[in-house]
Ligand binder design. Structure first.
Ligand SMILES: C[S@@+](CC[C@H](N)C(=O)[O-])C[C@H]1O[C@@H](n2cnc3c(N)ncnc32)[C@H](O)[C@@H]1O
Length: 289
């Protein structure tokens, strides 16, 4: 990462401006793990240094030791949010791992279309939604599969710990090149050009109204009880240790409907982590207990 001020952590002439020592790294790693469940191994030290340097500059602090003292202090409440926002890895994309959206259509949505209740209810959750590409991909799949006239009570909950990402998701405005991953038919149907901004587009109101963006730390208590028809928690638990994963997947099972689906990232697995699911498809798990 580089800035107008040179490489992160340097003063622009290549001289390192802030050093992150062992004791400070250990403190920050323990602090972050307690707050978020994210585990920072030793090789992440440079990354942490680079991402937090702007916080030190903003707070006009002279060293990471001062920053640690600041976090220990009583008035550090809002700094915790800035720190978490700076440290989280938010890489995402529209229709990332597209087989999941096809599975959602085939296994979760289509079977529901034969039901005949007055107002069929559908609840989906994108847990660790980053800047919104994942919940919008879910929303496009839902809008394309369910007939609007059938009176669906369909809602997508999109949560993340990172408030900057949630604000982006709620705005639903993305650079044009990001749309490249959206199937062409959906692009035509669900994207709007912005007046006076040729480089970005906005998701249609129909989609934005079907998603609720909310701040939620997966490590804390959850206000919602479910039951959810499907939960996407992809490329999030990979940053947690095994004990945290075990607890998290157990809680997902508690709020999933029996038979509901949990989607994980391509490098994540429930094998040896939870016996409350069976494999439904590649990194898609069905709740059985
Ligand atoms: C790599 S992104 C994954 C985005 C999306 N699910 C995907 O697969 O494209 C991981 C997200 O998890 C969020 N996250 C990390 N720890 C979290 C926690 N304890 N509670 C809620 N969200 C968390 C991060 O802020 C980040 O936006």
């Amino acid at each position: 990462m580089s800035t107008a001020n040179g490489e992160e952590g340097t003063n622009g002439s290549g001289v390192r401006e802030f050093e992150l020592g062992d004791a400070e790294f250990r403190f920050l790693a323990a602090f972050l793990s307690r707050e978020t469940g994210i585990v920072l191994s030793a090789h992440k030290r440079q990354m942490v240094c680079g991402r937090l340097v702007k916080r030190l500059r903003h707070l006009k602090l002279r060293s990471f030791a001062d920053y640690c003292d600041f976090l220990r202090g009583h008035d550090s409440g809002s700094e915790v949010e800035h720190m978490v926002n700076a440290i989280t890895t938010n890489i995402t994309n529209f229709f990332r791992e597209p087989h999941h959206f096809e599975h959602l259509r085939r296994t979760v949505l289509l079977p529901r279309t034969t039901e005949r209740p007055q107002r069929p209810r559908l609840r989906l959750w994108s847990a660790g939604c980053s800047s919104g590409e994942e919940p919008y991909s879910i929303a496009m799949t839902v809008a394309d599969t369910l007939r609007a006239g059938d009176g669906w009570d369909a809602l997508i909950l999109a949560t993340d710990i990172d408030t900057n990402m949630l604000n982006r998701g709620a705005a639903g405005i993305y650079p044009l090149e990001a749309a490249g991953n959206i199937p062409e038919g959906y692009r035509k149907r669900f994207l709007r050009r912005l007046p006076h901004d040729a480089d970005r587009m906005q998701m249609a109101d129909e989609l934005r109204q079907s998603i609720r963006f909310k701040k939620l730390n997966l490590h804390h208590q959850w206000p919602m009880k479910g039951p959810f028809d499907a939960i996407f928690c992809r490329n999030v638990a990979i940053y947690f240790d095994k004990a945290t994963q075990v607890g998290l997947f157990n809680r997902f099972a508690d709020v999933l409907a029996m038979g509901g689906i949990l989607y994980l990232g391509h490098a994540e697995s429930l094998i040896g982590v939870s016996d409350r699911f069976e494999v439904s498809d590649k990194t898609a798990y069905r709740r059985i207990k």
